[in-house]
Design a protein around this ligand. Structure first.
Ligand SMILES: [Zn+2]
Length: 550
């Protein structure tokens, strides 16, 4: 209903204005296009309302850059729109054009349907679509185009990056490999050798060929107080009392594996080798040494897998001390005809560690049995497993929420700095002979600062993205778990006879436990991809005080 200009008072009281809500939205990839900023969209909506004579109920601007990117339905303001529609709080929703609501055709149709069901119609402030079948078709077509455009933008970005690499540029989101820094050469981005680190890289390769183990190499580097590559990422760094970080075996392993050191850097490393694009960079070690190391590594791995560990610990390296947070270690001893197997906290006797801990020794047999029995139950019970998986997902969601938020903030800042950068570049271009070289220097300084900040932010973004990926469970992974467990359930009694089989299952389900003492009771908290639990361990006293050799 439109307001009627009327002098008849009795009619006027019954003339209700239609209630309108304006929804505006910007996302990361369209912020640079004109007329698409939030204020612009709201302004257009207001004009539309005045023209049509509606009553403005609410303005809901959405800055998608603050949230996850892409076609996401979990946008708070859009949620608000649906909520208000559901409560019949308004009659017309005004947006600039269809793609402001959703760029994904399916979601667009669902949204439209949802609003229609609640008696809300959509009007566009940019284009008016006729209220006919053709108009309907046009609207949908416009949404298809938006969807297509979004996919094209993604494609273009990927292709752009690939072309850059093909032209000989090294493209890196994070930090360059240890031993290198990013540099420019003949207009191309390339890796430059950092000689102080390259020396260490060569040393690591040589030591390995001389027969030193990964652990031994790590130990030597730590003893020499060599700074670790900063990108140790998620690994727990053991901080010694002296206050510097130690090298880990995995860091050494990463160096020995990295083909970049023979002068071939690859773009797209995570996918299969055929899809990678090689870029030639300066070499730190020779091809001969690299190949020799690879051969030796394969040899060592074979020998290691053939060597059986003396004692079997089902949860080796998968337990944490609930008292101080260190990784639990396991050890056993044999006397005549008896074997004693224990889990204990390495900080128990204090030496070498920042913290001292008083977690008692846990009997490995009791801990392992409790966890295995629980696992068996889960393998036989698909329903309990389903609940467990959902719980796991919900937990992950909670864990990753702050990461997602941080990622959003990071992306917002990147956007902001990019704008600042282009502003600075414009002012640099605008400088002419009338300006002193001092002005130029000042701007160049600013540019350098902004670029530095951007580098840091971009590396943070890639770290966060990677972290998020490892922290979530995909549908495909859930299916894999189901298939695997169903297969195992068929033949569980045979499978469990073999320690290696049981251990493989522990790894596959990614089981982690925490040892604790609560009110004098020995307790194990355990969690994995298909569930979590808490066990009381019937161990009443700390039978043996295990002192590990130092
Ligand atoms: Zn401890």
């Amino acid at each position: 209903m439109k307001p009627q200009p009327t002098t008849d008072l009795s009619k006027l009281t019954f003339t209700m204005l239609e209630r309108a809500v304006i929804y505006a939205r910007i996302s990361g990839d369209d912020s640079k296009q004109e007329g698409r900023n939030l204020q612009g969209q709201l302004e257009m909506g207001r004009k539309h309302i005045i023209k049509k004579g509606y009553e403005l109920i609410a303005e809901l601007p959405e800055d998608e850059r603050k949230f996850t990117s892409g076609a996401d339905m979990d946008l708070p303001q859009l949620k608000k729109v649906l909520e208000m529609a559901h409560n019949r709080e308004f009659d017309v929703l005004i947006v600039r054009e269809p793609d402001r609501l959703s760029r994904d055709l399916t979601k667009w149709i669902i949204l439209q349907e949802e609003l229609r069901r609640n008696g809300v119609r959509i009007e566009f402030s940019l284009i008016e679509y006729a209220d006919t079948d053709e108009g309907e078709l046009l609207k949908n077509f416009s949404a298809v185009l938006a969807d297509f455009e979004r996919k094209k933008i993604i494609q273009r970005t990927i292709r752009g990056r690939q072309q850059k690499v093909k032209a000989g540029n090294v493209l890196m989101a994070g930090r360059p490999p240890y031993g290198y820094s990013l540099g420019k050469h003949e207009g191309k981005t390339t890796l430059e050798i950092v000689e102080s680190e390259a020396v260490i890289v060569r040393l690591v390769f040589n030591w390995y060929l001389e027969g030193a183990s990964l652990g031994k190499i790590a130990q030597r580097l730590s003893d020499m107080h060599v700074k670790t590559p900063n990108e140790t990422g998620r690994r727990v760094i053991r901080i010694k009392k002296m206050g510097f970080t130690e090298w880990g075996k995995s860091t050494v392993s990463k160096i020995l594996n990295n083909e970049t050191y023979v002068g071939t850097w690859r773009y797209g490393k995570t996918s299969s080798k055929q899809e990678t694009i090689p870029v030639t960079v300066p070499a730190i070690v020779t091809r001969e040494i690299f190949e020799a190391v690879q051969a030796k590594r394969i040899q060592n791995k074979k020998e290691k897998s053939g060597r059986k560990s003396k004692f079997e610990f089902l949860l080796a390296k998968r337990l944490t001390c609930g008292c101080c947070g260190y990784k639990i270690v396991s050890n056993g001893s044999q006397s005549k005809n008896k074997t004693f197997l224990y889990y204990f906290c390495p900080a128990r006797n204090g030496k070498d560690f920042v913290r001292e801990c008083n977690l008692p020794t846990f009997k490995a047999a009791l801990v392992d049995k409790a966890i295995w029995d629980w696992l068996e139950k889960l393998i036989k019970d698909p329903l309990a497993r389903m609940i467990g998986i959902e719980e796991y997902k919900a937990d992950r969601e909670k864990i990753t929420a702050p990461l997602k938020e941080q990622l959003g903030v990071t992306e917002g800042l990147i956007e902001q700095y990019n704008q600042e950068l282009s502003g600075l570049l414009d002012s640099l271009k605008a400088l002419d002979g009338r300006h002193s070289s001092r002005a130029r220097t000042a701007i160049l300084n600013d540019i350098e600062q902004v670029e530095k900040a951007l580098d840091g932010l971009e590396s943070q973004r890639s770290n966060l993205t990677r972290l998020l990926e490892t922290q979530t469970l995909t549908e495909q992974q859930v299916n894999e778990i189901e298939e695997y467990l169903t297969e195992i359930a068929k033949d569980l009694d045979t499978v469990k006879q073999d320690f290696e089989n049981r251990r493989r299952l522990i790894e596959f389900l990614d089981i982690w436990g925490t040892l604790k003492v609560e009110n004098g009771q020995y307790v194990v908290y355990v969690q994995c991809r298909v569930g979590k639990n808490r066990f009381d361990i019937r161990q009443t006293q700390n039978v043996i005080k295990y002192h590990h050799e130092t």
